[in-house]
Design a binder for this molecule. Structure first.
Ligand SMILES: Nc1ncnc2c1ncn2[C@@H]1O[C@H](COP(=O)(O)OP(=O)(O)OP(=O)(O)O)[C@@H](O)[C@H]1O
Ligand SMILES: [Mg+2]
Length: 223
């Protein structure tokens, strides 16, 4: 049992008519953990994440984040959460520093040029600061998305398939970024299709299939 729980999900369900996208899932995520939700296409990963992000209303069950019932009051914790959506695409005509500064404005965070540069260095994108987003590689765009998720200085990150479509080297680069963020004390909930990723990164793994938990273990246990 995690020492201090950041997320507590209990018997969570989301049904769309006959489709049971999420069908009775429970888990707990402790502070400073990387928690992976592993599963194939259609398993219910995005549905689960988006309910935690206050974007979809559960059919039933409960979600507490920072001891707040997010179905009732997501707004009171939203400033403590950073989000990287599945298939994130940056504004293609903005350069990375412009995109970061724009998001800083949305979060009411006064960012100096140095703050912007430091954040881009954190995601190893400082050297691409003069390039418009449409000319970045897939891995670089994903790192820009991570930078935007970090603009609000969140304690908790939701990353929906942060490494899908990246080559092996770019994936490993992202893994070490996430480990650094975890070591700084951030809590990370990510979804993935890759067992090796869940194994390498996570303190805890939930395996979903057709909306249900089919396995739950620290990574070594899964193998
Ligand atoms: N708005 C919706 N209306 C109806 N069905 C939906 C809706 N959203 C999701 N579903 C269904 O719920 C199931 C779970 O979808 P979800 O997107 O959560 O899966 P996923 O695990 O994120 O898959 P992927 O790996 O492809 O991203 C799928 O069968 C999907 O078709
Ligand atoms: Mg998905």
């Amino acid at each position: 049992m995690p020492s201090e729980s950041v997320i507590t999900v209990t018997d969570l369900k989301k049904h769309y008519g006959d489709i049971k996208a999420v069908d009775g899932v429970s888990f707990e995520v402790g502070r400073g953990q990387i928690f992976s939700c592993l599963g194939p296409n259609g398993a219910g990963k995005t549905t689960t994440v988006e309910m935690m992000e206050g974007l979809r209303t559960p059919t039933s069950g409960s979600i507490e984040i920072f001891d707040v019932d997010v179905t009732q009051d997501y707004a009171s914790i939203s400033h403590r959460v950073g989000v990287l959506p599945q298939d994130f695409e940056p504004f293609e005509r903005l350069k990375a520093p412009e995109a970061v500064a724009y998001f800083g404005g949305l979060y009411n965070r006064k960012m100096t040029k140095q703050d912007v540069a430091d954040l881009l260095d954190t995601v190893v994108l400082g050297h691409r600061a003069k390039t418009v987003a449409m000319k970045l590689s897939g891995g670089e765009k994903r790192r820009l998305g991570l930078a935007l998720a970090l603009v609000g200085e969140p304690e908790l990150l939701f990353l929906d398939e942060p490494t899908t479509g990246l080559d092996a080297q770019a994936r490993r680069g992202l893994w070490s970024l996430l480990e650094n963020l975890r070591d700084e004390g951030k809590t990370i909930f990510l979804t993935t299709h890759y067992l090796d990723e869940a194994e390498k990164l996570s303190d805890d793994v939930l395996v979903l299939h057709k909306g249900k938990e089919i396995a739950r273990a620290p990574p070594m246990g899964l193998i």
